[in-house]
Ligand binder design. Structure first.
Ligand SMILES: [Zn+2]
Length: 296
């Protein structure tokens, strides 16, 4: 079918150029060449993708190695131009984070400060008062802590402090004076018996005031406050801090104890001050301007 028309065309061309007889037989050969170039077109494209694929792999690995190599030494600052831009971003976020931590701690009430000489003088007075105590390692817990805490186990006159609270020397001295000057006499007045123990609950504790989130740090956070939960008079009388029955010896004792605490502590809170102090006396030595005290 194809040969017939091709032959006819070739014959016409041959006849026009060469002649009617010989052109008709030689014509079949020429048509083939023009057909080969057409299929030859597609083959060239395949070689191109192969050629492009080969150069790409070598370029990528070449770019990869240099990048990590520049980043690592960049920390040592040998590559200020290229690696410097990549290293600067990570550093700023770390710095603000540190500043935030510091700023969050500083605005709060600063921890009480005493010099080494003041601390030694305080401990000497504490010994003279007959207190039993031992120095503890300094406490540092974020914004909380105490540089020279003591473990208090006893006060003068054989008054025990069974829980062994962790306190500053100022708090220990306040308790010793309070016991000697107020509590011993109040116990005698109420029961004709000696005061034998002071029951202390919380002493050092890293927390905000009244456990309220965002509030100023409590003096407990500096070992500069204690919560007194009760007293033991003689061997069998326990007086818990609470709203006492009117006219009872417990009421008289607690009233005397609470009012007398204001002489040796700068903060006294108890039942009636607020709901969080309904069952204990909070006593601390917070430093305020002009010797201001809170005595409630
Ligand atoms: Zn307290």
């Amino acid at each position: 079918m194809r040969q017939a028309p091709a032959t006819a065309i070739a014959a016409l061309l041959a006849a026009a150029l060469l002649g009617p007889a010989s052109a008709a037989e030689d014509a079949p050969a020429p048509p083939l060449p023009p057909e080969r170039p057409e299929p030859a077109g597609p083959p060239p494209p395949p070689p191109e993708p192969q050629a492009a694929g080969v150069p790409v792999p070598p370029e990528r690995p070449a770019e990869g190695p240099p990048a990590p190599a520049e980043t690592a030494p960049g920390l040592a600052a040998p590559t200020p131009a290229l690696a410097g831009e990549g290293d600067v971003p990570p550093l700023p976020p770390e710095r603000p984070a540190d500043l935030d931590a510091g700023q969050a701690a500083l605005p709060d009430s600063p921890p009480p400060t005493t010099t080494e000489a003041e601390e030694e003088a305080c401990r000497a007075r504490l010994k003279e008062l007959g207190a039993a105590f031992e120095p503890l390692p300094s406490i540092s817990e974020g914004a909380c802590g105490a540089p020279r805490p003591l473990r208090l186990t006893g006060l003068g006159g054989d008054v025990a402090v069974p829980s062994g609270p962790t306190v500053t020397c100022k708090v220990a001295e306040g308790l010793a004076l309070w016991s000697r000057d107020v509590l011993v006499a109040a116990a005698r007045a109420g029961w004709s018996k000696p005061l034998t123990a002071i029951q202390i609950g919380t002493s050092y504790q890293c927390r905000s005031q009244n456990h309220v989130a965002g509030a100023k740090l409590s003096e407990h956070a500096f070992a500069n406050g204690v919560d007194v939960a009760g007293f033991v008079v003689g061997k069998d009388v326990t007086v818990g801090v609470t709203t006492q029955p009117a006219g009872s010896p417990e009421e008289a004792f607690q009233k005397a104890a609470r009012e007398g605490a204001c002489k040796s502590f700068t903060t006294v809170l108890g039942p009636g001050s607020d709901p969080s102090h309904a069952t204990h006396l909070h006593l601390d030595q917070r430093e305020r301007g002009k010797g201001y005290r809170i005595c409630e």
